[in-house]
Design a protein around this ligand. Structure first.
Ligand code: 5GP
Length: 207
């Protein structure tokens, strides 16, 4: 008998069975602060996915908490071994960043939603593998405000700041691919808005 055709093509099963929520937006947009607040205040358990990177740690960053800081050789070895859900060289810096499948497994084991903090390139890839992911794009109120926040942080050269601004401009073009867009004009307000989005999403999932 001929194979059945015409039906919606079956999506390949995601590599790890876990709900995924993706929050992206330019670094310096207040994303990390929001993520930390969400982990504490979300109505569902969120497990922050710790990315791997070849970027050296900033003075306050800790290995295994902010990132897994890997040498370029170790990163490449894991990439070849298929250990990443996605990975990419981010904003022309020469540094690699990636989401480890082992982190998604950790979220599943802890019974939570996996929350990777990734750039747009990575998020688009995650959307392909996890079409049911809840995706949120975090915007700064204006480019001037974004630049001000980057400078206030004081960790980067002028050239690096310009590069990030350009990346942010490029990434903004993909904001419409996310299910929701949230403006980080006021931290408490933005957190509340995202908490509401998560609650509605959770209700829909169980409806
Ligand atoms: P930063 O160096 O400021 O910590 O991060 C730089 C950029 O890398 C940010 O836009 C951040 O979202 C992105 N990034 C962090 N982790 C990952 C990851 O696992 N995959 C991808 N594709 N991007 C990431």
């Amino acid at each position: 008998m001929a194979a059945e055709t015409g039906a919606a093509e079956a999506q390949p099963k995601p590599p790890v069975d876990v709900p995924v929520i993706v929050l992206s937006g330019p670094s310096g947009s207040g994303k990390s602060t929001i993520v930390d607040r969400l982990v504490r205040e979300s109505p569902v358990k969120l497990v922050k996915v710790i990315s791997a990177t070849t970027r050296p740690p900033r003075p306050t960053e800790k290995d295994g908490e902010d990132y897994y800081f890997l040498s370029p050789e170790e990163f490449e070895r894991r990439r070849q071994a298929g250990e990443f859900l996605e990975c990419a060289e981010v904003h022309g810096s020469g540094y690699w960043y990636g989401t480890l499948l082992s982190e998604l497994r950790r979220a599943a084991e802890q019974g939570g939603w996996a929350l990777p903090e990734i750039d747009v390139q990575g998020a688009l890839r995650v959307m392909e593998v996890y079409p049911d992911a809840l995706t949120i794009f975090l915007k700064t109120p204006s480019e001037e405000e974004y630049e001000r926040r980057l400078r206030k942080r004081g960790t980067e050269s002028d050239e690096a700041i310009q590069r990030r601004l350009q990346t942010a401009r490029n990434e903004l073009q993909y904001a419409h691919r996310y299910r929701y867009q949230v403006i980080n004009d006021d931290l408490d307000r933005a957190v509340r808005e995202i908490v509401d989005i998560i609650s509605q999403w959770e209700e829909k999932a169980h409806a």
